[in-house]
Design a binder for this molecule. Sequence first.
Ligand code: GLC
Length: 594
Amino acid sequence: MTHVETTTAAEPQVESVVEDRWWRDAVVYQVYVRSFADQSGDGIGDLAGVLDKLPYLHDLGVDALWFNPWYPSPLADTGYDISDYRSIDPAFGTLEEAENLIAAARALGIRTIIDIVPNHVSDEHPWFQEALASPPGSPERDRFWFRPGNGADGELPPNGWQSIFGGSAWTRTQDASGAPGDWYLHLFAPEQPDLNWTHPDVWTEHEDVLRFWFDRGVAGVRIDSAALLVKDPALSEEPADSVPGEHPFTDRDQLHEIYRRWRAIADGYAEPRVLVGEVWLPDAERFARYLRPDELHTAFNFDFLACPWEPGPMRTSIDSSLAAHAPVGAPATWVLSNHDVTRPVTRYGRDDTSFAFESKREGTPTDLQRGNRRARAAALLAMALPGSMYVYQGEELGLPEVEDIPAERRQDPMWLRSGGVDPGRDGCRVPLPWAGQRPPFAFSGEGADRPWLDLPDDWAPLTVAAQTAEATSMLNLYRAGLRLRRTIAALRAGNQRDADLRWLPSSDSVLAFARGEDFICLVNFGPDPVDLPDGASVLLASSELEGGALPYDSTVWLRQTNPHDPSGVRSPRADTSDRSNQPASGTVPVLRKG
Ligand code: GLC
């Protein structure tokens, strides 16, 4: 796609050029349909519920919706086990409703991104059922990874690969008489058999599924487990230290050929469709390969999501994200949460504010007030960074992780397969509270069935209605931030190739940066208030300023009224911490272009 860089506003093509690149600085709201809003009264959110709440999403100021899988699924992994890629789960609605929803959202200027899950299918998918019914070595089995076991009677798995949900990545089949047979591979749950991406059917099927949804007006796809599709056909064991590109099932070079094909399909539409990758890779250079101009458009920034609430690591994460994206010309994304990770209000309220699946533990002492304050500051920080931003439903309400879900109500295979050692992800997937004083807080209407996960009794102050009425609520902060983000030209500069973030000198406990001519963002991680630079007017702050200064765990957006005046981000007022490398006090220049 060639982008014409013209500035003649009168020319109609200018609009379409900008439109083509909407994804570069979009705010994408993640809809976990099951927990969004239930219109049918069965305790499960649905598409009618989303349609009903489109005005809410429009008012929030988002550019696109990303729907977690909405297809028919036996729910072994809450929808990431798909049995039909061209239909809608009856609990959510119909294909026609999905088409109407896509169109209705678009009429409000909101695009739709859907989840595509190409690594595996449900064990109830027709292909897998055919494979199970077919003999070893049959073409039907070739679309998956069936292998004889090791050991005298094939009683051992073909190799030592471990499932990401725990336990072996192999499950042994049985024939109709119960006799054990070959094993099949599943990097996730046994109900999610991995597809064999060396098989041409697998390629053509997914390309067809993409066209199916693109033809229905879907603006893009989020690609689940995007770096896992290709496996080493020799099924070699995982090395202790693998050379990038040589791991047997992660980030193998052949993956890029798949995404080049998908990009060509996406670019074939009058409004090119967008490919967003779920790519968890520690190596920034390997990550950026997925974002080359003929591959994916963007990928989730998990480094930022997992980063602790500390100025040094945050700055490093921002710098390394921007540096990784720059050579391939792709915009960075800024993500604070999703349906797989601990809610920020809870995480930021703990001693260890980083996120890692391995260290997730319920019952860790948590200061939710502190976490809330930091989550507010983090939101304004993320909104001010160059690129696109993701908001996971409920993040805008400051919902905490629900940690006391009774065992019999839990659904997540991470919890089930770890024997309850891993708390799993149900706690961040609890339905949204909309209004009222008691559960289910208008998630479902009067007389409806019990929600699939219960809403906590004490969520009345967190409902959309309660927060709408409270000027300083998290919801109103998100609304104000996203509204301003739209109007401040410097914050929409994701369309420019060169993201223009410029760090400003500040003390160690403060992050300060400028964008454009006059926009400044200050984040105070330290305990003491920080004076604002001279000549700056406040646009928005995550906490109330104290005597004109920015208090602890807070972010402020400023407009430098006279950018050419020497001014500064001052040192904290009474900070006694050791800062031997910093000026002891006084003012340092704030706007230094370069
Ligand atoms: C992705 C999804 C996660 C799912 C897994 C398997 O990581 O985000 O929710 O369990 O893939 O499909």
